[in-house]
Design a protein around this ligand. Structure first.
Ligand code: ATR
Length: 279
């Protein structure tokens, strides 16, 4: 039996077991199973030991342990090291390896964007755990100018500093303010929106494909990493005639690359897969 686990706190709402068990079945991986487990920080070592002694074959890590789990790994892949964030763990040659598949997963959110979208300025809201993966994904995509804003300014400044070698075009903006230029892409990486009624205290009224005030006159792209419902951020942007992208592709992407690390198979994300995680 090969057992896999996603660990986090809270974990009740995780759709990872549903998704990975579906792929195990689809790819005929008999005797593979995937569960979720709510843990506290003091359980981390014991869970990793289960991987060491082969009781487990792979682990996904979610909030709030992506950073804390790093010290229990023997090796980190380059992206995990770079972003100081691990969401996938495997074992090879008796070594525990921490990986980050969130960055590649985020790039899946951008899969329908075009070459010209690379030249669009991006306004990124938030500087929490996942924001580094988003900035790394944007760098991988080829974005050039980034405006970064967070309620706690020092976290935005830290991220800017962290990325200065890769991305010298990150400019921080005070929370509540917007860049002087109207950006082509706006991304919400904050947790505002997790609850259906949540609303960011920034309005983007001048950002609209159908809004006369928008001199550029074309649609903007609004992305929210939240995937289990349409957030007010996306709902409002859509009403103004913009294109919207939710976090489903990122969720599916990070899972797909984790699955690949464990099984060497890259599962196909088709309509049925998307339906599986759509409530
Ligand atoms: P982490 O991912 O590091 O665990 P988090 O609690 O998930 O952090 O928060 C993610 C992001 O949502 C952070 O950027 C956070 O802003 P702060 O760094 O200022 O805390 C942001 N966030 C949470 N609630 C918010 C709110 N009501 N308004 C604006 N930003 C908020």
């Amino acid at each position: 039996m090969k057992r896999f686990l996603v660990i986090g706190n809270p974990i009740e709402h995780s759709l990872s077991p549903k998704l990975h068990n579906y792929w195990f079945k689809k790819y005929n991986l008999k005797n593979y199973s995937y569960e979720k487990r709510k843990i506290t920080e003091k359980d981390l070592k014991d869970v990793i030991d289960e991987l060491r002694n082969n009781s487990l074959s792979g682990i996904n890590v979610t909030v709030p342990f992506k950073k804390k789990v790093m010290s229990f790994c023997d090796r980190l892949d380059k992206t995990a090291e770079d972003l100081q964030s691990v969401n996938t763990i495997s074992k090879k040659d008796n070594k525990i390896i921490g990986w980050n598949t969130d960055s590649l997963g985020f790039q899946d959110c951008l899969k329908n964007l075009t070459e010209s979208d690379k030249n669009k300025s991006v306004f990124v809201l938030g500087a929490g755990g996942v924001t580094a993966s988003v900035l790394d994904g944007l760098w991988g995509f080829g974005s050039k100018q980034i405006y970064l804003s967070n309620r706690s300014m020092e976290k935005a400044e830290e991220l800017k500093k962290h990325f200065k070698e890769k991305f010298n075009k990150i400019q921080t903006i005070d929370w509540g303010k917007k860049p002087a230029e109207i950006c082509g892409i706006v991304i919400n990486t904050t947790s505002v929106g997790l609850q259906k009624d949540d609303k960011l205290d920034i309005n983007f009224n001048e950002y609209g494909g159908t809004n006369a005030n928008n001199l550029a006159g074309n649609k903007k792209i609004f992305i929210d990493l939240i995937y289990n419902h349409k957030t007010n951020f996306l709902r409002d942007a859509e009403k103004r005639g913009n294109l919207i992208i939710d976090g489903k592709d990122m969720f599916l992407g990070q899972a797909k690359y984790a699955f690949n690390i464990w099984t060497n198979l890259l599962p196909k994300v088709d309509q049925e897969t998307i339906k599986l995680i759509t409530r």
